[in-house]
Design a protein around this ligand. Structure first.
Ligand code: ACO
Length: 366
């Protein structure tokens, strides 16, 4: 048995399907491409929650309820934010979420959906010595997240962030979703389950990769030779962040969706060395160099671009600092975690696999 449970089917789900050979992602009967092009995050939350809560309202009402939940979370947690702000932004967000009630109802689900979007900008502002900006219940979720960050948000940027949240809302039984389901299977509350997902998402092999992608782009730019830099990394046994996936053997479809978003945004930014230029054009050069280097260095494995590579560019363009990238990922994925937690809870079955003991055995008395 592989330590990573490769190919083990551990749940039946109606929520999403990852076709690793074909490079397709289906979310409740819809292709990612369709959702990313035509749906808002609030609508996707409704799609994921449908059937898992008795009293689920229609699209418009649910989006309004998410707005109300943003305000409620802000008002509940505001007194504690100053204490949390000195922590790393991810730990601070997780600590804030841990303070929310731990029930299983729609109100709990909406608070948890709202929480990363509220806590991330508020904590970022406090860590920069600025006052948090209160949420606007009537605003669109992504637009409000940007407004809470900086007070204004262009419609193009808000749309880009909304598409990002839709793109990462759910993705089969990835590590954080599995962790969420394990905790939910004990009939612990949704907050406990989401905290497990947050713990798993933090790691650099999962949701913690996009921050290092920016560091990699800066280091490669400073080195002046992408291929040589990448070859050195692999020779030192390091992994190239933003590449490779347990399930996809072809390009991650989310990478294409996000690349198109970044291109539309015309994301222009200064690289860390101060030279003007397009981050996107540079990243495309690095991507091609990485694919070439990986093809030669790891011929036994098809290692392709994953979602995190263009996530880094999009979130940088949206004004989030690297250290908050995983927070924004959580702001999108939280809806999928909640739906999976509910789906697991209703099975009534606790997840309790076996391990095989391979340690020393006690001496048996003859
Ligand atoms: N860079 C260099 N080598 C890699 C990479 C990479 N990004 N990914 C896999 N490999 C190599 C491994 O070193 C290994 O080589 P070896 O056989 O010579 O030892 C081989 O490919 C297989 O590696 P596994 O760990 O079995 O591959 P797995 O499919 O489990 O890895 C993972 C998936 C963890 C995502 C990996 O590709 C990785 O570490 N990528 C970099 C981190 C990253 O981008 N994470 C975000 C993933 S997307 C998400 O979770 C939202």
């Amino acid at each position: 048995m592989a330590n990573g449970l490769d190919d083990v089917v551990a749940a039946d789900t109606v929520l999403s399907d990852v076709d690793g050979a074909g490079g397709h992602l289906t979310i409740r009967g819809h292709s990612l491409t369709e959702l990313a092009a035509h749906w808002r995050y609030g609508q996707v939350v409704r799609l994921l929650f449908d059937g898992f809560f008795d009293e689920l309202p229609g699209d418009a009402e649910l989006e309004k309820a998410i707005g109300d939940a943003r305000v409620e979370v802000f008002e509940r947690l505001q007194p504690m934010l100053t204490e949390l702000a000195p922590l790393h932004i991810y730990s601070a967000m997780r600590a804030g979420i841990a303070l929310l009630p731990d029930g299983d109802g729609l109100a709990d689900a909406l608070r948890l959906t709202a929480a990363p979007a509220v806590l991330t900008p508020a904590l970022l502002r406090l860590s920069r010595g600025k006052k948090p900006i209160a949420p606007d219940a009537s605003a669109d979720h992504a637009a409000d997240m940007l407004k809470m960050l900086g007070g204004t948000a262009s419609p193009a940027l808000a749309k880009a962030l909304d598409t990002y949240l839709v793109t990462v809302c759910d993705h089969g039984l990835n590590a954080s979703t599995f962790a969420t389901r394990v905790v939910a299977s004990t009939q612990a509350g949704l907050t406990s389950a989401i905290l497990a997902g947050l713990g798993a998402l933090k790691g650099p092999l999962h949701g913690g990769a996009p921050g290092p992608v920016i560091e990699m782009l800066d280091a490669i730019e400073a080195s002046g030779d992408a291929a040589a830099w990448l070859r050195d990394e692999i020779a030192r046994g390091e992994r190239i962040m933003g590449f490779g996936h347990r399930i996809y053997r072809v390009r991650d479809p989310r990478a294409d969706v996000l690349k198109a978003v970044v291109r539309r945004l015309g994301a222009r930014s200064q690289t860390s060395s101060g030279k003007a230029g397009s981050r996107l054009a540079f990243a495309e050069t690095v991507e091609q160099a990485a694919l070439d280097v990986l093809r030669i260095a790891k011929p036994q494995r098809s290692i392709q671009t994953n979602v995190e590579f263009y996530t880094a560019l999009l979130l940088e363009a949206a004004g989030f600092p690297e250290e908050a990238f995983s927070n924004v990922f959580a702001a999108g994925r939280v809806a999928g975690w909640i739906a999976h937690a509910r789906e697991q809870q209703v099975t009534g079955r606790m997840i309790r696999p076996q391990s095989r003991y391979v340690g020393p055995v006690p001496d048996l008395v003859a």
